[in-house]
Design a protein around this ligand. Structure first.
Ligand SMILES: Nc1ncnc2c1ncn2[C@@H]1O[C@H](COP(=O)(O)OP(=O)(O)OP(=O)(O)O)[C@@H](O)[C@H]1O
Ligand SMILES: [Mg+2]
Length: 262
């Protein structure tokens, strides 16, 4: 099976006035078609940098990044990205924001608008197509960002703490929304979070990174199956034990980097 995304032996350091900073050290990870993989790791270990490389925004110093066997050299609509902030254009309406990227190519406008409306309805924003971003709540903006990412039917969705700024209730609804859409579209997902419960609800596999320079130090394959109910998952027999194991591992790595002075 060809990997949807293959990151092989990738290392990267940033050079700045303060000197070189080794950020990634020999990182390898493979995303198989249709998988949902979550990356967990201490702040500053290079998670966003990995997503940026998979998206094509950043090139590694050494190693290879490929998408279905083809080297990734620049961003492409087949690899969508969702960030912690929605980054909507404030002067465009919700509908125009969702269709902005595909409109730059040769697309049938009426067809695009129809598909965008379908996605907006799916994320619960029917009736908000002509609102401006500033008329939306934080959760609504992130739903627009999800609709925008899904419209071009990406093979891979790269999500960098997309729900990090949301309250707990909205966050759970967004997790359900994302998982539902992932199940029906078959999109491959690489998702970064610091929230272990979020990781356990969403992922097929969780990858744990070391403190900087980031390496993948552990992998946990989750046994919860495809049908997951967010309200009852935590009562599954293995849940608490796996949560504890993952949390401990992430904390171990985080402490290696720094500990708060009390
Ligand atoms: N463009 C850049 N130039 C210089 N250094 C950078 C650049 N981007 C990131 N870094 C550094 O690379 C390291 C990894 O950054 P990255 O954003 O990938 O971390 P992260 O794991 O996503 O952290 P967080 O969980 O806090 O979002 C950090 O130490 C950061 O300072
Ligand atoms: Mg980050």
């Amino acid at each position: 099976m060809t990997a949807q995304i293959a990151i092989e032996d990738v290392s990267l350091r940033f050079i700045s006035k303060q000197g070189p900073l080794q950020v990634l050290d020999n990182v390898s990870l493979t995303l198989h078609p249709g998988e949902f993989v979550v990356l967990l790791g201490p702040s500053g270990c290079g998670k966003s940098t990995i997503l940026n490389m998979a998206a094509g925004f950043q090139q590694p110093d050494t190693g290879r990044v490929s998408c279905k066997g083809v080297p990734v050299s620049r961003p492409h609509p087949s690899r969508g990205m969702v960030f912690q902030q929605s980054h909507l254009f404030p002067w465009l309406s919700v509908l125009e924001n969702v269709t902005f990227g595909p409109r730059l190519g040769k697309h049938d406008k009426a067809q695009l608008d129809k598909q965008a409306r379908e996605w907006l309805a799916r994320v619960g924003l029917e009736g908000f197509e002509h609102h401006a971003p500033w008329q939306l709540s934080g959760g609504m903006k992130q739903r627009v960002a999800l609709a925008r990412a899904w419209l071009p039917q990406p093979d891979v969705l790269l999500l960098d703490e997309p729900f990090g700024a949301l309250d707990a209730q909205t966050r759970m609804m967004m997790q359900e929304l994302l998982r539902g859409a992932w199940l029906t579209t078959g999109t491959t997902a690489l998702f970064v979070t610091h929230d272990v419960d979020e990781a356990l609800f969403l992922a097929d596999r969780v990858l744990i990174m070391s403190a900087r320079p980031g390496r993948i130090v552990d992998q946990v394959v989750l046994p919860f199956g495809r049908e997951r109910d967010i309200d009852t998952l935590a009562r599954q027999p293995d849940y608490q034990q796996i949560k504890h194991q993952v949390l401990q591992r992430v904390r171990e790595e985080a402490k290696r980097h720094w500990q708060p002075v009390l």
